[in-house]
Design a protein around this ligand. Structure first.
Ligand code: SF4
Ligand code: SF4
Length: 88
């Protein structure tokens, strides 16, 4: 089965790799993905860790708006994201 594709400026095909998950346990809350994402897919959140300290992390909030550009993964220093193409 073919995957969903977008077009380049020159008319070529490229397979969109949509964000599937963000591993908050690996996240260091650097904010790089937030700045890179063109579609406001993630936001910063925080929780209390086992020592009672606040711990910030990024989470997906609008993943249905994902364009499949993979900019988030390219800038993430911790490999937090998983992506997958979608069947057309
Ligand atoms: S793949 Fe692109 S649009 Fe989707 S979450 Fe990552 S940066 Fe945003
Ligand atoms: S780029 Fe990676 S480590 Fe940085 S906030 Fe985003 S998910 Fe977390």
């Amino acid at each position: 089965m073919a995957n969903l594709m977008a077009k380049t400026k020159g008319g070529g095909d490229w397979v969109q790799n949509f964000v599937m998950s963000l591993d908050k346990d690996k996240c260091i809350a650097c904010g790089r993905c937030y700045k890179a994402c063109p579609s406001s897919v993630m936001t910063l959140d925080e929780e209390e860790d086992e020592d009672g300290d606040d711990r910030k992390f990024m989470k997906l909030v609008n993943d249905l708006n994902c364009l499949g550009c993979m900019a988030c993964s390219k800038v993430c220093p911790k490999g937090c994201f998983e992506h997958k193409p979608m069947a057309a």
